[in-house]
Design a protein around this ligand. Structure first.
Ligand code: NAD
Length: 391
């Protein structure tokens, strides 16, 4: 037993603890949204790589709500001594508490070959995977062949970039200047966030019959508006995402003849542990949320993945762009929304941050990632922090 009254600890966009009851209520809320899903969109088990937070968690909740068995892979921290578990750990405990059906979680390095072997073994006891969702966001990867440690960098390529961003500690807008990535940083970021590991998963699963020949393989990506391109789309992470897109096209080519398909889903900007670390993106999101809420088209991860499941289940209705990517970011990228955000971007300053942006909503979303600021949770009550996952 480890009962504790928990208040959010951290600074800026770094949170050092998480609240188990808040996480449970957040996951419960996502299950409520996903309850509209009407049966599995594809046959077989759903395998979600990066299943404990953000888009991966929403995907796993949708799969379970559709009646699919799921396997989730994540890298999260259990409670230790005076430290709470990580939010993803509590989310996953909540997932197992609320989901019906058969679900297995692997808390292990998704990049490691040993994890792939363990997952293949686990699938042998279930139906082969008919849905593979690749939703990893990681700062590092150890190369399984060479043991080289790659570290990803969030940097522009070829140019020094100065952009506006939010200083969360001071609640102020300030400028940051980011130097261009070195060739080594570009190579390393592609090795972490590109398509190598996805293809290794597909190889391992297909070779062992753990992936149906007619499976849907989906990797998540982001494009966003031009103001973020120097740091995102045209930067190191964007280079990695291009690599991922090429890998997905290869997987698609490989699986097409047997009725399988692989595609990238371009999702909307939402506050997650990964996205809040990108300079300029928190400011952009604060403006975007303001505009999308005013037009009543704002969405979180779960609403989008419900749409993805809906489209996946009705073959032929996938909202693909000319490059074969599913566009769940269609509402974010609507011309009227982007024009309104671009106008606000040029005029926003610290003094008007509260009025002209949804900084409050964005900050609350960030707190909710860790189970804080969740409606209906009494944060003065001591809660059990040492929560086990099913064996
Ligand atoms: P996130 O930080 O919320 O989730 C990352 C997941 O990866 C977690 O489940 C974590 O446990 C897992 N993970 C990290 N390293 C791991 C490892 N070595 N082994 C096993 N699991 C590991 O991230 P997110 O924002 O949901 O991003 C997921 C995907 O969605 C990314 O591809 C991202 O580019 C994409 N995406 C995000 C946004 C956004 O605004 N957040 C928008 C569009 C697309």
């Amino acid at each position: 037993m480890a009962l504790e009254v928990l208040k959010l600890r951290g600074r800026g966009f770094i949170a050092l603890n998480a609240h188990p009851v808040g996480c449970l209520e957040e996951v419960r809320g996502q299950f409520a949204v996903a309850s509209s899903i009407d049966g599995p969109p594809v046959p077989g088990t759903a395998l979600v790589i990066g299943a404990s937070t953000g888009y991966g968690l929403a995907s796993r909740i949708c799969a379970a709500s559709a009646g699919m068995s799921t396997i989730g892979v994540m890298l999260e921290r259990p409670a230790q001594g005076t430290r709470t578990a990580s939010a993803g750990w509590y989310n996953t405990a909540a997932f197992h508490e609320l989901a019906t059906g058969t679900h297995r979680t692997f808390n292990a390095d998704a990049f490691a070959d040993a994890t792939k072997v363990d997952v293949v073994d686990a699938i042998a006891a279930l139906e082969p995977a008919g849905l593979l969702i690749y939703s990893l966001a990681s700062p590092v990867r150890t190369d399984p062949d060479t043991a080289e440690l790659y570290k990803s960098a969030l940097k522009p390529i070829g140019v020094t970039h100065t952009t506006r961003t939010i200083d969360l500690d001071r609640e102020a807008i300030r400028e940051v200047t980011i130097e261009p990535a070195t060739d080594e940083e570009i190579r390393s970021t592609v090795a972490v966030m590109g398509g190598d590991d996805l293809e290794r998963w597909v190889d391992a699963l297909l070779a062992s019959g753990a992936l149906r020949a007619d499976a849907a393989v989906i990797a998540y990506s982001y494009i966003g508006p031009e103001v973020t391109w120097p740091i995102y789309r045209h930067g190191t992470v964007g280079r990695a995402k291009e690599h991922l897109e090429v890998a997905i096209a290869r997987v698609n080519e490989r699986m097409r003849a047997s009725g399988g398909r692989a595609f990238v889903s371009v999702n909307k900007a939402i506050a997650t542990q990964a996205s809040t670390a990108i300079p300029a993106v928190p400011l952009y999101m604060s403006l975007l949320f303001k505009v999308m809420k005013a037009k009543d088209v704002h969405e979180g991860a779960i609403e989008q993945i419900v749409r993805l499941f809906d489209q996946l289940g009705h073959s032929g209705s996938l909202n693909l762009d000319a490059d074969g990517r599913l566009r769940l970011d269609d509402r974010e990228m609507r011309a009227d929304i982007q024009e309104a955000v671009a106008t606000l971007w040029t005029v926003i300053d610290t003094e008007h941050l509260a009025m002209q942006s949804d900084f409050e909503g964005f900050r609350r979303d960030f707190h909710r990632l860790f189970g804080f600021d969740v409606s209906g949770v009494d944060y003065d009550v001591a809660v059990e922090t040492d929560i086990a996952l099913p064996a």
